[in-house]
Design a protein around this ligand. Structure first.
Ligand SMILES: NC(=O)c1ccc[n+]([C@@H]2O[C@H](COP(=O)([O-])OP(=O)(O)OC[C@H]3O[C@@H](n4cnc5c(N)ncnc54)[C@H](OP(=O)(O)O)[C@@H]3O)[C@@H](O)[C@H]2O)c1
Length: 308
């Protein structure tokens, strides 16, 4: 096992579902030590107590969590990121690696937000190394250590940073290094992907009921069908097209069912879902770039992208 993260102090800003899934994965696989993980949120004290009780991590105040942190994992909702960055940058070291999981927030925007706060601190910009930022997009299957995660590293990151990010997300599934230009597409495909699959499962279950099954039986059959098909995709070394064609006999039942999906535009619907979610990730990033900056940097006129 590589050990880039194991002895590092890791601060989580945000204690929601993605933060918990990452903490669970990193602790259960031994990639990180629970006693070196500090978690901060905005207001829900009981949530921090739960995480501390369940995983052995520290629920902490912002200054305590960030003091000497080697890695800062940014897990607020995108709309809360500006405030979380402004608050965190006052206490965090420019020597830390910043890992964002937020949809739509570009590396340049995060670098700019950190750099602006650091410039206003007594140590000044000259004393600060350029921000090292990774942008990642896991999905909620982190919770069962089966996330498909895409990540992109900022221009100031080192190869050790890349290894730490790969290790972190490898602990909760499979991680893929990509260019930042691809991250909105990752958001639209695999970031939102579990919800598409859950919707498919809901629709199949309702269809099973319409076809004459009781709901519990239909739901159980659908879930096991999904698990079996996923195992075939993973282990059979055949493409989905070959697997589909093999079970679609001319004139048979599956062909009748696939025919209905084709007539009703299944592939077009799925394509539009992914493209629309991808566009929404782009829009969220654009909205952040246009939003007024916080009190810490109101005097500053630098564009967020300038820090890249
Ligand atoms: N859920 C997904 O499927 C998914 C998948 C991939 C990526 N993501 C990304 O992951 C991020 C978090 O999603 P989530 O589902 O985990 O959200 P969540 O459950 O709503 O958690 C958000 C957390 O951020 C905290 N927070 C908000 N503002 C803060 C601030 N200024 N300082 C410190 N903490 C602050 C909240 O604290 P309080 O509870 O105290 O307000 C809460 O603990 C989002 O940016 C999302 O784009 C989510």
């Amino acid at each position: 096992m590589t050990t880039h993260l194991r002895d590092r102090k890791i601060a989580f800003i945000g204690a929601g579902s993605i933060a918990e899934a990452l903490i669970k994965g990193m602790c259960s696989t031994g990639v990180a030590k629970a006693e070196r993980i500090y978690v901060v949120n905005r207001s829900r004290r009981e949530r921090l107590e739960f995480l501390a009780r369940t995983y052995g991590v520290h629920g902490a105040a912002l200054d305590h969590a960030l003091d000497g942190a080697d890695v800062v994992v940014l897990c607020p909702k995108p709309a809360d990121m500006a405030q979380a960055l402004a608050d965190s940058a006052r206490f965090s070291s420019p020597d830390a690696l910043y890992v964002s999981v937020a949809a739509g927030c570009s590396i340049g925007w995060i670098e700019g937000a950190l750099a602006r706060v650091w410039r206003g601190l007594p140590r000044g910009a000259e004393g600060a190394a350029p921000p090292r930022v990774a942008r990642t997009m896991p999905n909620t299957s982190c919770a069962v250590l089966e996330s498909a995660t895409g990540y992109a590293m900022g221009q100031n990151c080192t190869w050790q940073d890349t290894e730490m990010v790969h290790e972190m997300f490898g602990a909760v599934g499979t991680a893929y290094a990509l260019d930042e230009e691809q991250m909105n597409a990752v958001t639209g495909l695999s970031g939102s992907g579990p919800a598409y699959v859950y919707y498919l499962v809901e629709s199949l279950t309702q269809a099973g009921v319409a076809a004459g099954l009781d709901e519990d039986t239909a739901a159980a059959l659908v879930v096991q069908t999904l698990v079996g098909a996923a195992a075939m995709l993973r282990f059979s070394a055949q493409s989905p097209t070959v697997l589909r064609e093999r079970v679609t006999s001319p004139g048979g039942t599956t062909m009748a069912g696939i025919g209905a999906l084709q007539e009703l535009g299944f592939a077009d619907s799925v394509r539009e879902a992914v493209l629309r979610a991808t566009r929404r990730a782009q829009e969220m990033g654009d909205e952040l770039s246009r939003a007024p900056r916080d009190a810490h940097d109101a005097h500053d006129t630098q564009d967020p992208q300038d820090a890249r």
